[in-house]
Design a protein around this ligand. Structure first.
Ligand code: ADQ
Length: 406
């Protein structure tokens, strides 16, 4: 940002993602593959970089190997302009322990802030699929003079119980912040809606430092951004809400403007994929005015032979659809679908193999899953429940490298 404030981006990427098991068995939640080519963390990083925030630390923790590798390989920036995206593993600065919560993660990484001396620190989560221009939120933050600005999404009041909920006045000043409340407060202009916190915050550096220090000294605190820091700053009258519905992203369609999905469960992860594949997608990955970046795989183009076809689907490079049919699905790089196989309404990750005559429906197949010829996945739910993981919404999930039963 030329002549503007110095901005440091911090991405919280230490989430364990228990509710996404078995996809998070070997990898942190932000490293979970999404949409064929991407990892979840690519969405927040693309938003920050497209919004001209190019000094970014990604705080990692659990099972961070594939996340570290992805960030180092994909997000290497030109050092010419001093830009960087760097993974920062747990520092264990306060002894041999991991972070107790997301606020502790930043507290233990304060040296990043001292080194950078930013005016503003943008702290974003890493687990969501969306487009957002963070510069518009920073602008509002500077105009109001808030200590912290919290991004708020309008959701039906009854659905807000799973989120941090922002109780604000008509001007947007926050009166209270309630982490996952049983009875969420409504909006002043719309009582049956609430402002759900998107887990994205913009801080004035001094306000962040002060809040983190006070929190670190409080023995009763859970040291969490939503659980401790936001309620503290809301009570101090230093917090404002940023209404996400006012964010305008170049090239967004009327349909996907304002799209935001928390993909924290198997069912929401699956639904977000189904949002990608319809003719007029609910979330449009093909908006090249606000690209979502990743490292394209070094693979030849997808190939369709022996009458193999795919409809209402995304098929990634290196995939071979050899005589089978694919419908309503996301097919990742290097997947093979053999003669007579049917894949319907499914998410198939890198290198999975679907043998002759096999039938896969309403399923998620993680990397390198093998479905032998004639096997059935997602066809008999009772049987699947005995053999595999089946989500509350009835999606069958096969973890990395699993060989399906015949
Ligand atoms: P949750 O998602 O439940 O709610 P949390 O598990 O703390 O909160 O995850 C927030 C972000 O921090 C994620 O990106 C996660 O990967 C990361 N994270 C979690 N623990 C971490 C740690 N120890 N070190 C580093 N990073 C860590 C939060 C807010 C709610 C808000 C929802 C929106 O607390 O108020 O409504 O996000 O999804």
């Amino acid at each position: 940002m030329r002549g503007g404030p110095r901005v440091l981006g911090i991405v919280l990427a230490g989430g364990e993602g228990k509710r996404l098991a078995p996809l998070t068995q070997d990898r942190a939640k932000p490293a979970v593959p999404f949409g064929g080519n991407y990892r979840l963390v690519d969405f927040v990083l693309s938003n920050l970089v497209n919004g001209d925030i190019r000094h970014i630390a990604v705080l990692t923790q659990y099972k961070s190997h594939s996340l570290d590798r992805h960030i180092t390989q994909t997000w290497r920036m030109s050092s010419l302009l001093g830009n960087y995206v760097t993974p920062v593993p747990a520092q264990q600065r306060l002894g041999p322990r991991w972070y107790t919560g997301s606020a502790d993660a930043i507290f233990q990484s304060l040296n990043l802030i001292y080194d950078e001396r930013p005016d503003v620190v943008v702290v974003f989560g890493a687990d969501h699929v969306y487009r957002m221009d963070p510069a518009q939120m920073v602008d509002q933050h500077l105009q109001t003079g808030a200590g912290v600005t919290i991004a708020g999404l309008r959701v039906p009041r009854r659905e807000a119980t799973e989120f941090g909920v922002i109780d604000s006045d008509a001007e947007g000043k926050v009166r209270g912040f309630l982490e996952k409340p049983a009875d969420p407060p409504g909006l002043p202009d719309s009582p049956e809606e609430s402002f759900a916190s998107m887990g994205n915050y913009v801080f004035t550096t001094d306000a962040l430092l002060e809040a983190l220090r006070a929190d670190a000294e409080d023995p009763g605190s859970v040291h969490d951004m939503g659980g401790s820091i936001m309620p503290m700053l809301a009570e101090a009258g230093e917090a404002w809400v940023y209404d996400f519905s006012t964010n305008v992203v170049p090239g967004a369609t009327e349909r996907d403007q304002g799209y935001w999905r928390d993909v924290g469960t198997i069912d929401s992860y699956y639904d977000a994929h189904m949002d990608l594949v319809s003719v007029s997608p609910v979330f449009n990955l093909y908006n090249d005015r606000w690209p979502i970046y990743t490292l394209p795989p070094q693979r030849p183009p997808a190939k369709f032979v022996l009458g193999g076809r795919a409809e209402e689907s995304m098929v990634s490079a290196g995939a071979i659809i050899g005589g089978g049919s694919v419908h309503g699905s996301v097919i990742s790089p290097g997947v093979r679908v053999e003669r007579g196989a049917r894949v319907e309404d499914s998410v198939v990750m890198d290198g999975a193999y679907i043998g002759e005559g096999a039938h896969v429906r309403r399923a998620i197949l993680d990397k390198n899953v093998v479905v032998p010829a004639g096997a059935r996945i997602g066809v008999d739910q009772e049987l699947d429940r005995e053999r595999y993981h089946v989500s509350a919404g009835g999606i069958t999930v096969l973890g990395k490298g699993v060989r399906a039963y015949l």
